[in-house]
Design a protein around this ligand. Structure first.
Ligand SMILES: [Zn+2]
Length: 121
């Protein structure tokens, strides 16, 4: 790893959002749903020391909450849905959105941490 290389934050964030290595964008960043690879098979960047910790769940809740709160309020105010109907619709949607956003949020923070050289080690 070259400590003096110039790192582009926006490129790292974009690659991370696509689930790709924030450095090169050519290989997958995760080997399973949320388990990052130890190092990139293409550029050999070490990803094992970069941890986003609680930032990814925080961002996931922030995004999903802001997307779904207006929907929940609109459904509630419309009076068309019984509480059990709202639960039957909203709970799977909320779970699905969280599952969709969480790995992208983790990759986004990993890209930012790498680009800004902010890892704690
Ligand atoms: Zn790479």
């Amino acid at each position: 790893m070259d400590r003096g290389e110039k790192r582009n934050l926006w490129s790292a964030l974009g690659n991370g959002l696509r689930g790709r290595c924030p450095r090169c964008g050519r290989a997958a960043l995760f080997r399973s749903y949320l388990k990052q690879v130890d190092s990139c098979p293409e550029c050999h960047e070490n990803w094992s020391e970069i941890r986003s910790d609680d930032a990814a769940p925080w961002l996931t809740i922030l995004i999903v909450g802001h997307v779904m709160a207006p929907v929940m309020i609109a459904m509630s105010k419309s009076g068309r849905f019984a509480p059990w109907e709202m639960s039957a619709i909203l709970i799977p949607v909320l779970i699905g959105l969280c599952l969709l956003v969480l790995p992208r949020a983790k990759a986004l923070f990993m890209g930012a941490i790498w680009a800004l050289r902010a890892q704690s080690s």
